[in-house]
Design a binder for this molecule. Structure first.
Ligand code: AMP
Length: 451
């Protein structure tokens, strides 16, 4: 049984969650779902990457999915009227709008829920048509929504739930007047949710006028956590990461270590490699059965295994005391994840150590992390596998052999004007360098799916 069962969500939602590989609710889901199911208004202080979309989408879908007949059609009282929507989610960008809509499609796939997305920069006719019969869920950006409202293609008088997502970003982007105009059209009787990563004054005053005795949920870890953790970055070439990990786990005072990888496959590989070197380790990620995850956790908690290898999502919701080291085998592409990861050590006022491996492709991720935390991570040069290439960043990465047989760090660095390299090849060399750094671009924000 998944940990989502306790929320008593409709069975089709629980099925969809199992299919999506969600077993443990993230902290914001844990706190928010029961409040929203009880009909409360909500002020959520949370960033993207925390699982906030499911935190609001699941209770909303649950509400929409009730009052259906046996075939899944809405009971009469809840039929959608032409051009209306029962739920409106306002979000600042079209990318976010599409992502949110995709989440509703994913979680609601076993319910008959009608949806529409509305944003600017594309023709309005398909959006007008999508709204003709009315929908259950409309995700929109403010400008185009107002246009369509002004042309009477969309009516808000049947609205039951209003979500204002990424409110601080909306304000930064100058949407405040549009938002106020939209809010003025909402029916009094409704459930309202406001999410924002930060809570500047203008957001709290907006919230005050908008929400009715809201519950407040905050999931970003306090910045003091970041300050209490002793953080280091070790520059290393990708193929040497495993050797570096062995050496740290063998030499340091590592009582209980949580090792983060980007992918499920990576977690398995690291675990097998550690076991092959007689370092006991277990992996936990979305492909493991609930039983296997629980066993791994209890072994780790009990101290039978001192290394737990995890992906970001799998590690959420895990609360294990006494983690002395967090090791970022791969740096996360979302800087917020770094803060979450290192917050796993330094619990309950203890200090912890966070060690991050950084290869040449991961330099942009390190830069994003330093921007977010507003501090430089100290560089530790005192290890066997220090890589100057990685320290310099992706532009200086060595060139991979096109046949893929070359190991990145096995190549001697090219020297400018070297007589072994004929000038015409420089173009190809530049292309190869671009190819080499391509994965970093692909992995950047919003790229690969969370594991
Ligand atoms: P969000 O913060 O809503 O953008 O979600 C971040 C990512 O986490 C998305 O890719 C979701 O599909 C995924 N996700 C959200 N909740 C869970 C969960 N409980 N278990 C696994 N993955 C999740």
């Amino acid at each position: 049984m998944s940990d989502f069962a306790k929320f008593n969500l409709l069975a089709p939602l629980q099925t969809a969650l199992t299919e999506a590989g969600y077993f443990l609710p993230t902290p914001i889901q844990e706190q928010t779902i029961p409040l929203l199911m009880a009909g409360r208004d909500l002020l959520g202080i949370a960033q993207t990457g925390t699982g906030k979309t499911a935190a609001f989408a699941l209770p909303i879908l649950d509400r929409l999915g009730r009052h259906r007949d046996r075939l899944g059609h809405p009971a009469n009282r809840h039929k959608t009227a032409p051009r209306t929507t029962r739920v409106l989610i306002l979000t600042p960008t079209r990318e976010l709008a599409s992502q949110i809509d995709a989440s509703f499609a994913k979680y609601g796939r076993h319910l008959r829920i009608s949806r529409a997305v509305v944003y600017g920069g594309v023709g309005q006719q398909p959006q007008v048509r999508a709204m003709e019969r009315g929908v259950d869920v409309l995700v929109a950006t403010p400008g185009r929504l107002l246009d369509l409202i002004n042309q009477r293609h969309i009516l808000l008088d049947k609205l039951e739930v209003f979500v204002l997502d990424e409110a601080d970003r909306m304000l930064d982007m100058g949407f405040i007047h549009d938002i106020r105009r939209i809010i003025a059209l909402l029916p009094e009787e409704r459930q309202t949710l406001l999410f924002s990563a930060t809570m500047p004054k203008d957001i709290s005053s907006l919230a005050e006028g908008l929400l009715r005795s809201p519950a407040r949920v905050e999931v970003s870890p306090p910045s003091s956590t970041v300050d209490r953790v002793d953080q280091k970055v070790l520059f290393v070439d990708k193929p040497n990461k495993r050797h570096l990990l062995h050496s740290i786990l063998l030499q340091e005072e590592v009582h209980r270590a949580l090792v983060f990888t980007r992918t499920k496959h990576g977690a398995d590989k690291v675990t097998v490699d550690l076991e092959n070197h007689n370092i006991r380790a277990v992996a936990i990620h979305g492909n493991k059965s609930q039983g296997a995850r629980e066993k791994a956790l209890s072994d780790f908690r009990a101290g039978h295994v001192r290394v737990l290898v995890a992906t970001d999502i799998a590690a959420r919701g895990i609360d294990v005391a006494g983690i002395t080291h967090v090791i970022n085998y791969d740096l996360p592409n979302e800087p917020e994840s770094y803060v979450h990861r290192i917050g796993r050590t330094a619990r309950a006022n203890t200090d912890g150590i966070a060690i991050s491996f950084c290869d040449a492709d991961e330099r942009p991720f390190l830069r994003d992390i330093e921007r977010l935390t507003r501090r430089e991570v100290a560089v530790d040069l005192d290890h066997l596998y220090h890589s100057e290439q990685a320290a310099k960043g992706p532009g200086s990465a060595p060139i991979k052999k096109p046949n893929g047989g070359g190991r990145g760090n096995a190549q001697p660095p090219r020297r400018g004007g070297g007589n072994a390299v004929a000038p015409p090849k420089q173009g190809r060399a530049a292309a190869a360098t671009r190819r080499f750094s391509a994965p970093a671009a692909r992995l950047s924000r919003g790229g690969g799916s969370m594991q």
